[in-house]
Design a protein around this ligand. Structure first.
Ligand code: TXA
Ligand code: MG
Length: 348
């Protein structure tokens, strides 16, 4: 279990007010969310957005997520709010899910990357929610790392990566989810997962199907005086299993290689025979070898493993290893977010 003392939930209202004032003045403020730290700016301020892109080193065509305090604000940023969005919002917000909806006219092209959609999310971290309530409008926030690098999960990570480039860093302790939100695209005819996360595709699908079923039961009760009809698979929402693009991202500067459990001993033996220095992140117990500098044991609980992932990656990135060896997690629903980040890191 994570040390709960590390999760700071106390709100310092003076800090929140000062952060909100800085945002109103077009400055950048880093703040904790339950997934990773965000680098925030006023989503309606073109100059602030330009500063955000510059500091992150992010291509201008890359859209950013707008963070909101309440579901009522959706209508300001989305052209239409489909029923499915309200179902998912009710079930998973505030929380680690981003919805992609058709954008409203007020969404700047700098936010949408020139597309006709916008990413929206209500985070659950109390500091993030307090800031959003104080700010009273949308805060655009990508993860508070340089483009392509590992997302920060502590305030210290943000400071080491962005230093003086940010006007204020709100410290909310360690992020309790640890990897970025699940992105669900509801902007076309069928829901799609663009980025897997700790809210699984199966959980999203189940929430959508449960609501469809309730609707059907209600309407057939009306029509046939109480007789209800069970749904068939073809009437259910089925989200395609292949997630979005697999670009290199979330990557340490040291090369990272993924190995299945059974191939780990051979990978270590090969490194030893080549006199390579390696650092390892694995579910297995440490294997003694002269080539291993550091061995970080990953939790077999996916929630705990997600919290460990980026902090361990950062630590191993500075361990002096020639490359980082990682034992691949199982291809099971609750591991898909972690597997996705590791595969992207290995692509780096
Ligand atoms: O958990 C998270 O989502 C964190 C915290 C800070 O909220 N944010 C985050 O932002 O991960 P960022 O910018 O690092 O990643 C957002 C991803 C990008 O891959 C971006 O392409 C995608 O969301 N995205 C944003 N708006 C989009 C849109 N309109 N259509 C498609 N993808 C979009
Ligand atoms: Mg990011």
């Amino acid at each position: 279990m994570q040390d709960q003392a590390l999760v700071k939930t106390a709100i310092n209202i003076e800090e929140i007010k000062s952060a909100s004032t800085l945002l109103k003045a077009g400055q950048l403020v880093a703040f904790p969310t339950e997934t990773v730290y965000g680098l925030g700016c006023d989503a309606a301020n073109v100059e602030a957005l330009a500063r955000l892109y510059r500091v992150k080193g992010r291509p201008g065509t890359h859209p950013v997520i707008v963070h909101l305090a309440s579901v009522e604000q959706l209508k300001d940023w989305a052209q239409t709010v489909p029923a499915e969005a309200l179902v998912l919002a009710k079930k998973f917000w505030p929380g680690p899910m981003t919805l992609i909806l058709k954008k409203s006219d007020r969404v700047l092209p700098e936010v949408s990357g020139g597309q006709d959609t916008v990413g929206l999310r209500i985070p659950s971290h109390p500091v993030a929610l307090a800031l959003l309530k104080e700010f009273k409008s949308g805060i655009a926030a990508p993860s508070a790392n340089r483009h392509g690098r590992i997302s920060p999960t502590t305030a210290a990570h943000v400071k080491s990566e962005l230093g003086d480039l940010v006007a204020q860093v709100l410290d909310g302790g360690n992020c309790t989810v640890g990897i970025e939100s699940t992105i669900v695209d509801l902007s076309s005819d069928k829901p799609r997962i663009l980025r897997p996360g700790m809210i699984t595709l199966e959980a999203i699908e189940a929430a959508l199907n449960e609501s469809k079923q309730k609707e059907k039961n209600a309407s057939s009760k009306k029509k046939r005086g109480g007789e209800s009809k069970s749904s068939t698979a073809s009437e259910n929402t089925v989200i395609p299993r292949a997630p979005g693009s697999m670009s290199s991202h979330y990557a340490p500067t040291t090369g990272l290689k993924l190995f299945a459990h059974q191939n780990l001993p051979r990978a270590i033996a090969t490194s030893e025979s080549l006199s390579m220095k390696i650092s390892v992140m694995a579910f297995s117990d440490p294997i003694a070898s002269s080539c291993v500098i550091t061995w970080k044991q990953l939790s077999e609980d996916p929630n705990e493993c997600a919290r460990q992932l980026y902090a361990y990656m950062r630590e191993l990135d500075t361990s002096g290893a020639d490359y980082i060896v990682v034992e691949e997690p199982p291809e099971l629903p609750e591991w898909m977010g972690i597997l996705d980040r590791l595969r992207r890191a290995a692509n780096g």
